[in-house]
Design a binder for this molecule. Structure first.
Ligand SMILES: [Zn+2]
Length: 268
């Protein structure tokens, strides 16, 4: 019996949820997703125009129910960073065997990492690159490199794109990258890999990497070839301010991570 905590049921997260929920060993899923389904979601998502205006968490639960009426699915229609809802979120983290992160926003990834490390849970992350030219799947295990270690290592050593993965939720957004469409096939490939690695981890398989990069297109100056994967084993950095020797105790660290995340969002 496995219990999974997933954050995000967007166009990629929904693919992961759909594939993970089919595994009969997965008996319980807690889904954190605060958003409402919008008309611009429709062409890259699982649901039609009739569902616009409904909470994504409700739609996701309805989808899973079709295939796994036996599965216990709990939805938390809440922002992962909502300070007042942290006790509820932490209870969900404490009760899970593994976390799945399918959100694009950096503050949410750092906060999810802090939560998972506080409760010593493994977790996986999928990231689609700008324009759907490729994607990453990362695996985090207790005691191994944290998200900060991995992100800073890859920024130093791998030239994919200088920008963080964009948020595809709003094609009309002011930030240019968010207007570059990743097609549903690119999202599906990366999210499918994310689900496959997640199911392997649940079954006790060591994927043999911390980070997998799969280019989906040949892009001058970025990817010499399409569909040749790169695997990275990224060690924990002793200098890491989040998980290294200089980091504070877990509870304090979580507060710092949340403060930093909220500051970056412009809350105060
Ligand atoms: Zn670290």
């Amino acid at each position: 019996m496995q219990s999974v905590l997933q954050v995000g049921a967007g166009s990629g997260g929904m693919v992961v949820l759909d594939l993970v929920c089919r595994d009969p060993d997965v008996r319980r899923i807690v889904l954190i997703e605060p958003d409402v389904y919008k008309s611009h979601n429709v062409h890259r998502h699982y649901f039609g125009h009739n569902d616009v205006g409904r909470p994504k968490a409700e739609l996701a639960a309805r989808w899973v129910q079709q295939f796994r009426p036996d599965l216990e699915l709990q939805t938390l229609v809440v922002d992962l960073l909502d300070r007042e809802r942290q006790p509820e979120i932490e209870a969900a983290v404490a009760g899970c065997d593994l976390g799945v992160c399918a959100v694009d926003a950096e503050p949410a990834k750092y906060h999810f990492d802090a939560l998972m490390r506080k409760y010593q849970k493994p977790w996986t992350l999928g990231e689609v690159l700008s324009g759907g030219i490729g994607g990453w799947v990362h695996v985090f295990r207790p005691g191994d490199a944290c998200y900060g270690c991995v992100a800073s290592h890859l920024q130093r050593t791998v030239a994919t794109d200088a920008t963080p993965p964009p948020d595809y939720a709003d094609p009309a957004a002011a930030v240019r990258e968010t207007t570059i469409p990743a097609n549903k096939a690119s999202i599906g490939v990366v999210a499918g890999l994310h689900a496959s690695v997640t199911l392997g981890l649940l079954a006790g398989t060591d994927p043999g990497f911390t980070s997998l990069l799969l280019p989906l297109a040949k892009v001058d100056g970025v990817f010499a070839e399409a569909l040749r994967p790169f695997r990275f084993r990224i060690p924990r950095s002793p200098e890491c301010l989040i998980c290294g020797a200089h980091a504070g105790p877990a509870g304090e660290e979580l507060d710092v991570a949340l403060d930093q995340a909220l500051a970056r969002l412009g809350h105060e």
